[in-house]
Design a protein around this ligand. Sequence first.
Ligand code: FES
Length: 105
Amino acid sequence: MPNFKVSTISTQDVTMAAAEGQSLMEALRDSGFEDIQAFCSGSCSCATCHVIIDADWFAKLPPVSEEESDLLDSIEGRLATSRLACQIPISGALEGMAIMVPPAA
Ligand code: FES
């Protein structure tokens, strides 16, 4: 069960364990990160699961699809390492990844 370092506007590096097979969105939501609203439940159509990935980890993730990129373009605050958490499957290869959860819009 990989562990992640999650920061929010008010907390720094909270450790979150997540089960392989779920998405990063599901892990964050189930861990109580309320800014992950996930209105579409992971079908890549709402952009309310926006996260910012540590730059060192960003390149290790699956590539951003055109659909995901279009959705990210629709939000304010997209950064170079922004992702939609529902599009990131949890795997052991991501052990220790650092994630920032921005405030919900
Ligand atoms: S949960 Fe809706 S786009 Fe990720």
